[in-house]
Design a protein around this ligand. Structure first.
Ligand code: SF4
Ligand code: SF4
Length: 346
């Protein structure tokens, strides 16, 4: 068990004292905007008001792993590279299909994970030989100050930074952290606000869309994903709507991953998404004009490959054995027709 004392805690950023006498603070990290009395913690459980100051209880707590970057379902950012992944804890949503509820809803004061300073984390990252540092699993932005400090150091030491988030955060902290991030994977939960409330107990798509637009506007590489299942919503209509929004508001070149449900947490009684429905939604997204659509967790399916949107050449082949860059240059151009593509290879 962690022994947290005020002197070992890390003061949070993006909050204000809204009642001096009652020591009430308001956290501005995410749109929940929790108003907390002294002793209370926010919805994420990881930020606590102690006598009128807000603390990030998760600063430094992490588990490390080295994964192939494809494990994060990110296909256009250093394909087939190893990424040093820092797993963080807690979340500001509560999705029915969360695959790791033990980490997402842990009590930070009982977290058995190791505590690393940003410097120690980057030393491990560099020693592993990975050129990419990834913050993923649960919601990394709940550990905001540690992730930001570590990402900043990673950039200073020449590493690339990938962030995997649900995108339900306020604009100011998002803009601040994006200064130190190269690529972002956003896991969209639903294509309307009702869907967020039903599936995640809160959150809303408008805020998530705003985050995506900011990331795109700041010219970060972005990949999007959504879990498809016939009990969640009208999957076909959702994918049509989402594809249209991506094409109109972002670019048809932004990759969209359609993910198969892995029954977990409150969806253990459901079956994984049928291939038939996944293929239907894949065809809809392609017909809507998206250039890069992928089916996740359907091994050895053609939809896991990357094809040139101009000439149709197979650029990157993905199978259950691994990923192979075939006809793409180090600059991210199709080797056949020379079209420049937003795929970062080196
Ligand atoms: S980050 Fe946590 S404490 Fe802050 S507003 Fe969001 S849920 Fe509340
Ligand atoms: S956003 Fe991710 S980590 Fe958070 S509850 Fe949903 S699935 Fe779990």
């Amino acid at each position: 068990m962690n022994l947290m004392t005020e002197s070992t805690l890390h003061e949070a950023e993006f909050y204000e004292l809204i009642d001096y006498d009652e020591q009430i603070v308001c956290c501005h990290l995410c749109p929940h905007e929790c108003k907390l009395e002294s002793g209370e913690r926010g919805i994420c459980k990881a930020r606590k008001n102690i006598f009128g100051k807000l603390y990030n209880l998760n600063y430094g707590f992490t588990e490390m792993r080295i994964d192939l970057i494809e494990k994060q379902h990110v296909y256009h950012f250093f394909p087939n590279s190893r990424a040093q992944t820092f797993v963080t804890f807690n979340c500001n949503l509560d999705c029915d299909f969360c695959t790791d509820p033990l980490k997402s809803f842990i009590d930070p004061e009982k977290n058995p994970a190791k505590k690393l300073s940003p410097d120690q984390a980057i030393m491990f990252g560099m020693a592993s030989g990975s050129k990419v540092i990834c913050f993923g699993e649960s919601e990394p932005l709940i550990s905001y100050e540690w992730v930001r400090d570590t990402a900043k150091l990673a950039k200073e030491r020449g590493l690339k930074v990938l962030l995997r988030t649900n995108g339900y955060f306020k604009e100011a902290p998002l803009r601040e952290i994006l200064r130190f991030v190269d690529a972002v994977k956003i896991d969209i939960k639903a294509t309307n606000n009702e869907g967020y409330i039903r599936l995640c107990g809160g959150g809303n798509f408008e805020h998530v869309k705003n985050s995506i637009k900011i990331i795109h506007e700041m010219e970060k590489l972005i990949e999007l994903s959504i879990v498809i299942h016939d009990t969640f919503n009208n999957a076909e209509e959702s994918v049509r709507k989402l594809s249209d929004w991506i094409k109109t508001e972002l670019s048809p070149g932004v990759p969209l991953h359609l993910s198969r449900l892995k029954p977990a947490h409150r969806t253990k009684h459901l079956l994984p998404t049928s291939l038939e429905l996944l293929e239907k939604t894949y065809n809809i997204a392609k017909e809507m004009g998206l250039q890069f659509v992928y089916l996740d967790d359907v091994p050895d399916h053609d939809s896991g490959n990357t094809y040139c949107p101009q000439c149709g050449e197979l650029l990157i082949k993905r199978t259950s054995i691994g990923t192979e860059a075939r006809r793409i240059s180090l600059q991210g151009h199709c080797n056949k027709c020379q079209s420049p593509l937003k795929i970062i290879m080196s």
